[in-house]
Design a protein around this ligand. Structure first.
Ligand code: NIG
Ligand code: FE
Length: 409
């Protein structure tokens, strides 16, 4: 057992409603506080002196700098397993070229597929580990990572094996998702329906057998898969025991209805969602995941986070870190900048990065600082938690703990 502290403030994120708008007054803020951990779990959180008095002789890690402690962030949507960059796409996009111009010049998702297919598994794993480590240092202790730049059996399995290997070589927890349904590969000769059937009958059984993932994603969009084919794909994947998530309503409002109907854990993107999709999400258990990094990378409007929260939705915020639409990969900066535009409270942003993101991944043991939860947390050198968004992502955590261990990188 170890007592860490004192902290100027601990923001526990405990006891918050998982859906709807939040006011900062709803946050539990414990001043002059400490946290006791044991074997990777949180034992107690409270006033430092009181914890010390209640546990005479406890091992202590005394913090000399005043700091604010938060749960580690959870990035519930990334594509950080890939090879190559897409800076050519980006340069074309900022000079005004259209999606089609870029695709014709050999850009887009297919460009990353070509590069990722050509990369060795170990090379993919190494670059993934370095991205995960960078994220971890910035306070992100749990990271979802999608496949989806393989799009054939060999390369999808290679990506998921690289993710499994990387998970053993970074302090962050990595949670993999199969996104073989990212687009119909250009070299696949059958129909969209046949490709999705192949994923269900051939690919997913192998992924399950080798314990490579238990989550499935699909990109529903005019340029990817239709809502009609996606629904039966998701239902079949669910019947195989897969948890579901959907790329929905990014450019056109297609996807949320299917995600909700299939009982997906989350519907992600939502930049093009209308009142109808917002109402569907609010009435459901599906988490709305907004991805400000994709809006920034594409120069497009943010998802309607404020309206989603006011309608009563559970909103999580993720980076979508990928080589195409969201190359920055700075989750805190993206969340902070979006919150200024969308008028989100600090409580809503922090919940979207912690407890609400945990719900998007179906995780019950992380996201809040309370007894029994994983001891994953991060400390910022300030005495006021509001500074964290105020500095718009430039104030980074000074120390990050995983399973109660202080990780120096
Ligand atoms: O979430 N929307 C589809 N997929 C990714 C982009 C992937 C890429 O362009 O490589 C996204 O934005
Ligand atoms: Fe994405």
């Amino acid at each position: 057992m170890r007592l860490t502290g004192p902290f100027a403030q601990i923001i526990t994120m405990a006891g918050l409603p998982l859906k709807g708008a939040l006011a900062d007054e709803q946050l539990e803020v414990i001043n002059d506080s400490g946290i006791i951990t044991n074997e990777g779990k949180i034992v107690a959180v409270g006033n430092y002196e009181a914890l010390l008095a209640a546990h005479p002789g406890i091992d202590t890690d005394v913090r000399k700098q005043p700091m604010v402690l938060l749960p580690g962030f959870i990035d519930c949507h990334t594509h950080i397993c890939f090879d190559g960059t897409r800076s050519r796409d980006y340069a074309m996009r900022i000079s005004g070229k259209s999606y089609l111009d870029i695709a014709r010049a050999g850009g887009g998702i297919w460009d990353s597929v070509t590069k990722t297919r050509a990369a060795k598994e170990q090379v993919l794993a190494e670059s993934l580990i370095s991205r995960a480590n960078r994220h971890f240092q910035e306070g992100v202790t749990t990271i979802e990572v999608k496949s989806g730049y393989g799009l054939d059996a060999y390369a999808e399995i290679k990506m998921l094996r690289a993710i499994k290997y990387a998970a053993q070589h970074t302090p962050a927890t990595l949670i993999s998702t199969c996104l073989a349904a990212h687009m119909k590969p250009r070299d696949y000769e059958g129909t969209e329906q046949q490709y999705l059937d192949w994923i269900i009958t051939d690919l997913l059984p192998v992924l399950k057998e080798h314990d490579l993932t238990n989550r499935v994603d699909i990109f529903i969009e005019e340029t990817a898969f239709s809502a009609a084919t996606a629904l039966s794909f998701l239902e079949k994947a669910k019947a195989m025991g897969m948890a579901l998530t959907v790329h929905a309503d990014q450019f056109t409002a297609a996807g949320t209805a299917v995600a909700v109907q299939a009982g997906a854990l989350s519907a992600d993107h939502l930049e093009a969602s209308t009142d109808k999709e917002i109402a569907l999400l609010a009435a459901s258990d599906t988490v709305a995941v907004v991805l400000p990094g994709a809006s920034m990378g594409l120069g497009m409007p943010y998802a309607p986070a404020r309206r989603l929260l006011d309608a009563g939705t559970c909103v999580a915020i993720a980076s979508d870190w990928n080589p195409g639409s969201a190359p920055m990969g700075d989750l805190l900066m993206q969340a902070a900048v979006m919150s200024a535009a969308e008028k989100l409270s600090t409580a809503e942003v922090l919940a979207g990065l912690t407890v609400r993101a945990a719900k998007a991944l179906g995780l019950q043991h992380t996201g809040a600082l309370q007894p029994g939860m994983d001891a994953d947390f991060q400390a910022y050198e300030t005495t006021d938690y509001r500074d964290i968004l105020y500095y718009q992502g430039k104030l980074k955590p000074a120390t990050v703990w995983k399973g109660g261990q202080k990780i120096i990188m």
